[in-house]
Design a protein around this ligand. Structure first.
Ligand SMILES: [Zn+2]
Length: 79
């Protein structure tokens, strides 16, 4: 379904849930930098057989390492 109207936020290729930039970046990190399908944390956790919490931790680690994929957007206000 190409419904290209409201913004281009990809959906999870597993469950169809809207994805956050972090989930997209993490998919790129863990699967393939050139990934064109992305997964939400739940599906990634299921795929890699790890707890979601582990993935959240990884997102933090990557961000702290300064990974460009996780470069916080100017509107990000977490933490
Ligand atoms: Zn999913």
């Amino acid at each position: 379904m190409h419904n290209g109207s409201a913004g281009e936020s990809p959906a999870c290729s597993g469950c169809g849930r809207p994805l956050t930039p972090d989930e997209i970046a993490l998919t790129r990190k863990m699967v393939n930098r050139g990934a064109v399908r992305f997964c939400c944390l739940s599906c990634l956790a299921d795929h890699f057989d790890v707890p979601e919490e582990t993935l959240r931790q990884k997102i933090r680690e990557f961000r702290e390492m300064g990974c460009t994929l996780f470069a916080g957007s100017s509107s990000a206000r977490e933490g």
